[in-house]
Design a protein around this ligand. Sequence first.
Ligand code: PEP
Ligand code: MN
Length: 283
Amino acid sequence: MTEKPYKLASRDYHPESTVISLPALPGHDPVLIGGKEVVLVAGPCSVEPREIMRQIARTLKTHGVGLMRAGAFKPRTSPYSFQGLGVEGVRILREIRDAFGLRFVTEVMDTRDVELVAETADIIQIGARNAQNYSLLKAVGRTRTPVLLKRGIAGTIEELLMSAEYIMSQGNEQVILCERGIRTYERATRNTLDLNAVPLLKQWTHLPVAVDPSHGTGSRDLVIPMAGAAVAAGADMLLVEIHPSPSTAISDGAQTLDHDQFADMILRTAKIAEAVGRSLRSS
Ligand code: PEP
Ligand code: MN
């Protein structure tokens, strides 16, 4: 056996797959991430105004999707771009959570906000730009909230696992690894979605693996095929951006599915899940 620099994340020392369980909401089963079901997470890139958030929440409920994504704190390339609604965005997430009984995945960017985000999020997201922000990784490692850790913009698979190790070394072993595309010489797509990472990570680690085909492609037309490919490759979770009117979304409209496309994605992806002996979580 080759010695792995990531001990807690390695399958060598923990052969059985980790299944992360989100507690059951009234009238629902608990959500298990890393089990037989492929868990779908969908929502806007940024927290949107309340009425749009409610529209998206209703669509998720219609399809039986129990987990919503939306960023209150947004890592933007330009300091002049919209930076997210911040604390007000977190307040909106709480309102939607309480009104619709949805769970949330939302990003934290600053160690000072970890407590606030951990109180509201069912899963805390560490974005690609913070994949090697070691003080932030340690801070979320001190919480007991599951963490969705995105692969760095140009991060290797081993670096992703070492970042997971930072979180786990603080006692939080509930880490989901997320392939979201990497920077390559190819500019036809926003990023190159490295689906090699999925079966490789499943071999190297016991942690659940998520795929984000929205950031992985940057282009709405490519999201549905790559969501299917991710499930075929063995992904345990899909993270997709949706909005009732993507062209008016606050951020990332070009890679955002509208609600009809989202319904289509669910139908197509469910068939692929079935073909590989799994099912798409729909309750
Ligand atoms: C996001 O999920 O909206 C996001 C900013 O993702 P990433 O960190 O992968 O770019
Ligand atoms: Mn986005």
